[in-house]
Design a protein. Structure first.
Length: 227
C-alpha cells in the first residue's frame, strides 16, 4: 500500500480507494547482517555505522517498499546515519548480495531471511515487531534494543469502492474462518506470518489508515518520489 504514496500524483488513495475486507496475516520485518560484519545486535550496528560514516550499505527489495521505508524510519528515529542505500528489483538479488557481503545489512520479511538465518549464512539481529517472533525467540525486538521501530507487511483483502457492507462482512467472515483453520495457521506461523483471525472491514480499514499515516511522513522526510 506504500506504492501510491511515493508517486508525485498518486493514482489512488490506499485508504479510500477500496472497500477493505479483512487483514489475513501480518509479517513483521527483520534486520539481517552478513555474519562477517561482526555485529550481534542493532545497537552494535548503529555504533558501527556512526564510526564509519558512508562506508556501510544497506539493500532494499525496491524503492518505496516497506523494507526500504523501515530502514528510512530507523534513520529518522536514530538521527543522522550516513549509510548507502542500494535498491534491488526484488528480494532474490538482494539476498545474494547480502550473502556475498556486497552490502552490509538489509531489512526484509522473515520469509526471505529466515532460511539463510537458520543455516547460519545470515544473522537476524533485530525484529521490527511489537513482540519477539516465535521462530527466532532469541532475537530481540528493535524496541527492546532501545529503538522505537515497529513495521510489518500485511496480506489483506479489498474490494472495489462502494461494495455493499453486507457483502464485505460475508467475505470477511470467510477470511476469518480460513485463518482460524489449524492447518493454515501452522503453515503460516512456520514462516513467521501471524494469522489474523478476528479481522473485520472496519478493523481492516483502520489498519490501512494507520499504515498510511505512518509511511506518508517517512516518504516525505526521505524525499522518496517515483515517477
Amino acid at each position: 500500500m506504500t506504492g501510491p504514496l511515493t508517486r508525485r500524483v498518486p493514482p489512488f488513495d490506499p485508504v479510500t480507494g477500496f472497500s477493505h475486507i479483512a487483514i489475513l496475516g501480518i509479517t513483521p520485518l527483520a534486520l539481517a547482517v552478513n555474519p562477517q560484519l561482526g555485529v550481534n545486535n542493532l545497537a552494535e550496528l548503529i555504533a558501527m555505522i556512526r564510526a564509519q560514516p558512508g562506508r556501510l550499505s544497506y539493500g532494499s527489495s525496491g524503492i518505496g517498499g516497506a523494507p526500504h521505508l523501515s530502514t528510512e524510519l530507523l534513520r529518522i528515529r536514530v538521527g543522522s546515519l550516513d549509510v548507502v542505500h542500494v535498491p534491488y528489483r526484488g528480494s532474490g538479488p538482494l539476498t545474494q548480495d547480502l550473502l556475498s557481503g556486497t552490502i552490509s545489512f538489509a531489512v526484509d520479511a522473515f520469509t526471505t531471511l529466515l532460511p539463510q538465518h537458520n543455516e547460519g549464512r545470515l544473522r537476524i539481529i533485530s525484529v521490527f515487531g511489537d513482540q519477539r517472533s516465535a521462530v527466532v525467540p532469541e532475537v530481540p525486538t528493535a524496541r527492546e534494543s532501545g529503538f522505537d521501530i515497529v513495521t510489518r507487511i500485511a496480506n489483506y483483502l479489498a474490494a472495489p469502492p462502494g461494495t455493499p457492507p453486507e457483502r464485505l462482512e460475508r467475505l470477511a467472515g470467510a477470511a476469518r474462518a480460513a485463518m482460524s483453520t489449524p492447518e493454515i495457521a501452522r503453515a503460516l506461523e512456520a514462516i513467521a506470518v501471524v494469522p489474523v483471525t478476528d479481522s473485520t472491514p472496519e478493523r481492516a480499514t483502520r489498519f490501512i489508515a494507520e499504515e498510511a499515516a505512518l509511511w506518508g511522513p517517512v516518504i516525505r522526510a526521505a524525499n522518496i518520489e517515483i515517477e
